[in-house]
Design a protein around this ligand. Structure first.
Ligand code: GDP
Length: 444
């Protein structure tokens, strides 16, 4: 998971100070020293760290903290606020042109995730904001890039404008704008060419496209895994093109976090989106406060709820509630539930959003559980329709057949049956409790 090392270190550091009834200057000094080391180790820009630590120190020894009743917690509040501010404070939203179409130019080095992000962004605009984007293939140097965008367009059932590899990118952009106006597309997202390094030919071409289409946004796509390199790339692109925002990709990977924490401070341009995986729905608006919360182990319950809202069908949720009440929950329902949870992304990432979860023993191995989920799925899929509805039918020969069909063992099948039984019992308790009867135990 991204930020893991930084999160662990910062959380250990602040834990020492949280419970303190009194915080001395010495305590603050020690804490800021550790915060400084943790940030440097996470590859945050040196100057950024220096400024940040200075501000934290000033505030932490100031009245705000020293005279408060809970100085320990107050210090953490300061750290969180400063981290949030460092990443841009408020969430930075996408522009909307007064007169459509809104034009977004995607720029960045090769391999950063530009083309993928173009598709993800189009998907996001349609899904969240009900927009109809036109995708434009301006990377004429890499034939594969045009194909890649066309494939994404097919997957999304969205139009892609291309003129092959012979045309001039500036002309392509111009013609695409005409088509968008004719077809009433309200967003135009232009995928431009990338290079391995920042070079003047590329910049010149991008400047020409910019002058022609007058974009409302220029999003620089950078790979978070490249750390300070990503920040340097952002600085160069910003100097030349005056970008309007950054999309940080591969934040699902094992990045130390330096880029996410330094980009705004170095370029004064906000991170607007974060790529959290290769799939088209794995793009998230970047919320500085929630990110700071996640880094400090305070969880990110808001993002979790939003994820659930977009992935869980309300009608299905209601039907499920009814089934729980009437005790008619079956293995089919169980399978459906699992599908919905899976839609929300890797378990490991979900765990990171739950306050304190990263400190719970065992949860660090959440990835392993995904394998188990696949087994559970295979077992249920090997049951007959009747068996799924009525587990009491299960006998030794049926279990053997199911184990064979799912490539698991009879003991794994037994374990699942037992878990299912326990889950039903728990549901019974919950519904009893809701009815006002006092159920025994509860769930903790
Ligand atoms: P481009 O050369 O900048 O257009 O880069 P591509 O869009 O072709 O992406 C390069 C690689 O990065 C592809 O394999 C993508 O699937 C992958 N990629 C893009 N964004 C993400 C992300 O947010 N997370 C992960 N894990 N992979 C990503």
């Amino acid at each position: 998971m991204a930020f893991e090392g930084l999160a662990d270190r910062l959380q250990d550091t602040i834990k020492k100070i949280t419970g303190k009834g009194k915080v001395s200057e010495q305590d603050v000094k020690e804490m800021t020293r550790e915060v400084r080391l943790a940030l440097l180790e996470a590859d945050v820009n040196f100057k950024v760290v220096k400024d940040l630590v200075k501000r934290i120190k000033e505030r932490a020894v100031g009245q705000e903290v020293m005279e408060s009743l809970t100085p320990g917690q107050q210090v953490i509040k300061v750290v969180k606020e400063e981290l949030t501010e460092l990443m841009g404070g408020e969430q930075s939203k996408i522009a909307v042109a007064d007169r459509p179409p809104t034009v977004i130019m995607m720029v960045g080095l090769q391999g950063a995730g530009k083309t993928t992000t173009t598709g993800k962004l189009a998907n996001h605009l349609r899904k969240k904001h009900n927009r109809s984007p036109l995708l434009v293939a301006c990377d004429v140097y890499r034939p594969a890039a045009i194909n890649q965008l066309e494939t994404l367009g097919e997957q999304l059932s969205m139009p892609v404008f291309s003129m092959g590899t012979e045309a001039n990118p500036v002309d392509i952009a111009k013609k695409a704008m005409e088509q968008a106006k004719e077809e009433h597309n309200d967003y135009v997202i232009i995928d431009t060419a990338g290079r391995l390094h920042v070079d003047s030919d590329l910049m010149e071409e991008l400047e020409q496209i910019k002058a022609t289409v007058k974009p409302d946004e220029i999003f620089l796509v950078v790979d978070a895994m490249t750390g300070q390199d990503a920040v340097n790339v952002a600085e160069s692109f910003n100097e030349q093109l005056d970008i309007s925002g950054v999309v940080l990709t591969k934040l699902d990977g094992d990045t130390r976090g330096g880029a996410a924490l330094s980009i705004k401070a170095v370029t004064d341009k906000p991170v607007k989106f974060a790529g959290m995986g290769e799939k088209l729905d794995q793009l998230e608006p970047f919320h500085p406060e929630r990110m700071a919360s996640r880094i400090l182990g305070m969880g990110d319950v808001l993002s979790l709820i939003e994820k659930a809202q977009t992935n869980v069908d309300e009608k299905q949720a209601k039907a499920l509630e009814e089934k729980m009440r009437t005790m008619s929950f079956t293995f089919d329902d169980f399978l459906e539930q699992m599908g919905q949870v899976k839609n929300m992304g890797p378990l490991e990432d979900l765990m990171a959003m739950i306050p304190g979860a990263n400190k719970m023993k065992g949860l660090k191995n959440a990835q392993l559980d995904e394998k188990q989920l696949a087994h559970v799925e295979a077992i249920i899929q090997s049951m007959t329709k009747k068996e799924r509805q009525d587990p009491s039918l299960m006998n030794a020969s049926r279990k053997k057949r199911i184990a064979k069909g799912s490539g698991t063992s009879v003991s794994q099948v037994n374990r699942l049956l037992k878990q299912f039984d326990e889950m039903k019992k728990m549901m019974k308790q919950m519904t009893n409790m809701q009815k006002g009867k006092k159920g025994k135990g509860g769930f903790n």
